[in-house]
Design a protein around this ligand. Structure first.
Ligand code: SF4
Ligand code: SF4
Length: 120
C-alpha cells in the first residue's frame, strides 16, 4: 500500500482525475444517436464506479494548477475522499494503481515538490 505522502507526490505527476467530469446516464438513454451526439462533442461513454454508465466530459476544474489544487485545504469532501484505485474511469491512468501494481516502492523517479496541494 502507498502512504499518503507518496500518493500526493504521484498525483502531482498525474492530475488526470481533475480534468474530467462524469455524468451518469440510464442505459435507455445510451442509444446510438445520443452517444453520437456526445462523441461528436469530444465526450465518451464509460463504465463508472458501481457499474453505472456515464458520459465523460473533458472539463478541467478551475482550481487545478500545474502545482496541483489551489484550494487543497478547502477542497470539497468528494475530492478529499476520492480514491483513484476504485474508479474504473482511471484504471489506465491513475498512478496510485500503477504504483501498487508494481508491488514495490521505487520512488527514485518521483518528482518532489514543495507545493503538495493535490488530493490524497
Ligand atoms: S488520484 Fe490517481 S488519477 Fe487522480 S491525480 Fe492522483 S494519481 Fe492521478
Ligand atoms: S477542487 Fe481541487 S481536487 Fe477537486 S477537482 Fe478541483 S482541482 Fe481537483
Amino acid at each position: 500500500m502507498l502512504n499518503e505522502e507518496k500518493k500526493r507526490r504521484l498525483c502531482l505527476q498525474c492530475l488526470e482525475c481533475c480534468k474530467i467530469l462524469a455524468v451518469p446516464i440510464e442505459l435507455k438513454y445510451a442509444d446510438p444517436e445520443s452517444i453520437a451526439f456526445y462523441v461528436n462533442r469530444g465526450c465518451w461513454l464509460a463504465t463508472l464506479s458501481g457499474g453505472r454508465l456515464g458520459i465523460v466530459i473533458p472539463f478541467q476544474c478551475p482550481h487545478l494548477t500545474p502545482e496541483g489544487c489551489n484550494i487543497y485545504e478547502n477542497r470539497p469532501l468528494a475530492c478529499k475522499e476520492y480514491d483513484g484505485t476504485r474508479d474504473p474511469l482511471m484504471s489506465d491512468k491513475c498512478l496510485w494503481i500503477k504504483k501498487n501494481r508494481k508491488g514495490r516502492n521505487n520512488d527514485k523517479n518521483i518528482k518532489r515538490s514543495r507545493h503538495i496541494t493535490k488530493k490524497t
